[in-house]
Design a protein around this ligand. Structure first.
Ligand code: PEP
Ligand code: MG
Length: 767
């Protein structure tokens, strides 16, 4: 009989007490047991069970039960969508079945001994977007649970979520640790490593190393006792093709401008009869399939790597990646998680933008880069892809065993290797606090005023089209910098004029009426094309980069200018900006290229924007001496402080060995910026700052104080930048700037900055 006096309200209170208890409790299993017993009692259910999702195996695992066979704990496992529990988890909504075994998805687990329970009610356990598991109650009587029960279970599941979420991390950690070699100890000084935040976020996962200099095949363990047939090989090929197509599709949703060409190369090799055909011939002649895959791959790797052409050389990685995928599908079977990096934290010595994209497509949790600078372009890309990234100058990290659990706290730059349970709980509560703070700070106003009412403009830096959404959500007043080279970086061929046109149209249409500034290609430096020969340069940052590259490759430059002019036809506030301008001559030459393209479009009777604003990006200190003349000939200006600092101080922004010399607080940097701002204001020309300094809390009042009225930052920083600006009056900001400008030494500026940051309560920003 169904009782009507269920005390759901009391239940909720008890559960929240349990949640608090868990923090102090060591034994997670007993916590779960108490929870299921409590829920079963209050719901008058015969059975209550908790299933948790295991990120590593991608399965739901029975963690505790009251009513089913206790020995089934840890044994019953199901995939997403499998059985009623898997279905609830997949659909993310309650499932209330009065006659469970009649449901088409019902699956019988003999371990559970659950035959007599007809009524089944399951609710997903969710915390925000995180899917934690499923809470289930069952009863012998048919049609036992009603709508009130569903509501109560939902409430319980949400209360349980926090506690269970923590516990799940611990369990996950125990499982991860169990998989490690027993004799392995992490050296003490590697247990906590501090690095620089390149892209914010949190992650807890197993680590895997990614070394593009090493063959991907090395790390795949092959059981010598296993025999594989030609049929297994064919199945592995088919599975590989299906996975690549799926990846390509998933990626094109996320990154429309890339058109997912990364995987095209893989697919093309796969379809090349010589590649798979040679493997097949070897297998037919008696060579075991894993060996055949390795031999043919090795042959192609040698062939490609000896080529003088960078594009062909690059194919080495494609062949290795592809062969690794086929081999994993062969030895692990298609059912098994075939991607080495999926759900992992990747530790790498160096990465190209295309590597970051590939990893992102495999849903990695985070990146630890053992080398590189935070303003390097892979960092900007990681930020746009919302992958936490920390740069840590500790090469030993590359040698921790595969699968070691690692926490990345990419809010403060902390890396915990093989963390204790205690650290996991602390990390979890920090994550919650940060997430809460972030939600609060996302309350942005559409206009920005200083405390005394001066109007300041906040624009967005856009790297990928998908940043646009966040920019609009956080009320950017336009785009101050679109890094147009990004779509070029991760493709295996240049985007055509038409493809560029489509991308630029999306930018103009996405910010109607507002400023949209497209910076022409800034290729070269650390943004190298796979299909160019520039890789051979000894000093690419001082080489054929940015406007120099565009001048050298006129057709690429003209195609881009035409695409911008055409896409901007109906835009009200279109702007073209040239990177790395070092002289008036260069600026004039670049402007002339725009006028020539306009004439060409007019001749062809194609519609285009006839009066775009044309500006210079100030990055090369040489222009400081001719700044008045450059301002006079520009419609607007922007300062790229990342490169301005790099070139003024002769310090490679992407080299971690010299990162301590990358000092935006150098007196020459500060005075240079002040001089540029003064010149722009004297001629009433708009000047913005679009480098990383623009979002650094301690520099914002300085920039305001020297007269900068436009800040262009990665969208995520808009709320915090606005908040700081609103807290200052213009005269306070001027005093702030004057104090810094008065300092003659690095030490003096640093001390003044520390003092002023304290007085004004300004904390260091995170990447
Ligand atoms: C800069 O140099 O500050 C800048 C904004 O350009 P990028 O970071 O793309 O080189
Ligand atoms: Mg730059």
């Amino acid at each position: 009989m169904k009782k009507k006096d269920r005390r759901h309200l009391h239940l909720l209170c008890d559960i929240s007490e349990l949640a608090a208890l868990l923090i102090g409790s060591e034994n997670i299993q007993s916590f779960f047991q108490q929870a299921v017993e409590l829920v079963a009692r209050h719901m008058d259910a015969d059975v209550c069970s908790i299933y948790l999702f295991d990120d590593v195996s991608q399965e739901l695992v029975l963690e505790a039960t009251m009513g089913l066979n206790p020995e089934a704990v840890g044994q019953i496992r199901m995939k997403i969508g499998e059985g009623l529990v898997g279905t609830t988890f997949q659909q993310l909504k309650p499932l209330n079945e009065g006659y469970a075994s009649g449901h088409p998805n019902f699956k019988y687990f003999k371990e559970a001994q659950e035959d007599p329970f007809d009524s089944f009610l399951a609710v997903p356990i969710l915390r925000g977007e995180e899917k934690i598991g499923v809470l289930v109650v069952q009863h012998k009587t048919r049609n036992y649970f009603d709508e009130v029960d569903v509501m109560a279970m939902r409430a319980i599941a949400s209360q349980l979520a926090v506690a269970v979420g923590n516990a799940r991390l611990l369990i996950g950690n125990i499982r991860l640790r169990e998989k490690l070699p027993h004799d392995h100890r992490i050296p003490e000084d590697l247990e906590y490593v501090e690095g620089e935040v390149a892209s914010q976020g949190f992650a807890l996962a197993q680590a895997t190393t990614f070394d593009r200099r090493q063959g991907a095949l090395v790390s795949i363990a092959i059981d010598s006792d296993c025999e594989y047939s030609l049929r297994d090989f064919h199945q592995a090929l088919q599975a590989t093709a299906a996975q690549l197509q799926d990846l390509q599709y998933r990626f094109s949703q996320r990154l429309p401008e890339s058109a997912s060409l990364i995987f095209t190369a893989h697919l093309m090799i796969l379809k090349d009869v010589r590649f798979a055909g040679e493997m097949e011939n070897l297998i037919k002649s008696g060579v075991p399939p894993p060996e055949a895959i390795k031999r043919v791959t090795q042959h192609y790797v040698e062939l490609y790597s000896s080529s003088p052409h960078p594009y062909t050389k690059e194919k080495t990685h494609d062949v290795q990646d592809l062969a690794g995928r086929i081999l994993r599908n062969l030895v692990h079977g298609v059912e098994e998680d075939p991607f080495l990096s999926e759900n992992r934290i990747v530790i790498a010595p160096e990465l190209y933008p295309s590597d970051v994209l590939k990893l992102a497509s495999e849903d990695i949790k985070g990146i630890i880069l053992v080398g590189g600078g935070v303003t390097a372009h892979v960092s900007l890309l990681a930020r746009s892809l919302q992958i936490p990234m920390i740069i840590a100058n500790r090469s030993e990290l590359l040698h921790i065993p595969e699968g070691t659990p690692v926490i990345m706290d990419a809010e403060i730059g902390g890396i915990y290797v093989q963390p204790s349970d205690d650290i996991i709980l602390r990390y979890e509560s920090r994550k919650q606090i940060e997430l809460k703070a972030e939600t609060l700070s996302n309350e942005v106003s559409p206009t920005t005023l200083t405390r005394d009412g001066a109007r300041i403009k906040l624009l967005a830096n856009i790297n990928l089209l998908h940043d646009l959404e966040l920019a609009r959500e956080l009320k950017a007043e336009g785009i101050g910098l679109y890094r147009s080279e990004f779509p070029f970086l991760f493709r295996s061929a240049l985007p055509s004029e038409e493809e560029q046109y489509v991308i630029y149209r999306k930018l103009f249409d996405g910010m109607p009426g507002n400023v949209v500034t497209i910076r022409t290609l800034d290729l070269g430096g650390d943004k190298l094309l796979i299909y160019s020969n520039a890789r051979g340069e000894a000093n690419p940052a001082l080489g054929l980069r940015a406007i120099r590259f565009s001048f050298r490759h006129r057709e690429i430059f003209n195609q881009q200018l035409r695409a911008i002019l055409r896409a901007a036809t109906e835009a009200e506030n279109a702007r073209i900006m040239f990177p790395m301008i070092s002289s008036l001559d260069e600026f004039r030459e670049a402007k002339q290229a725009v006028y020539d393209c306009m004439q060409e479009l007019a001749r062809k009777k194609l519609p285009y924007h006839q009066t775009p604003f044309i500006g210079a990006l100030i990055e090369i200190p040489a222009v400081v001496e001719i700044i008045d003349d450059l301002v006079a000939e520009s419609d607007f200006l922007s300062i790229g402080t990342n490169d301005f600092v790099q070139y003024l101080l002769a310090v490679d922004r992407a080299n971690e060995k010299v990162s301590e010399f990358f000092r935006p607080d150098h007196p020459s940097v500060l005075r240079g910026l002040a001089k540029i701002s003064k010149a722009a204001n004297a001629q009433q020309k708009e000047l913005s700052i679009c480098g990383e300094m623009a979002h650094e809390p301690a520099y914002i009042p300085f920039l305001l104080g020297i007269g900068v009225q436009i800040f262009s930052v990665y969208p995520k920083f808009l709320p915090s930048v606005q908040k700081i600006i609103c807290g200052f009056t213009m005269s306070d900001a001027q005093i702030y700037a004057d104090q810094l400008l008065a300092e003659k030494t690095l030490k003096g500026v640093r001390e003044a900055l520390t003092r002023l940051s304290k007085t004004h309560n300004l904390n260091k920003s995170k990447g």
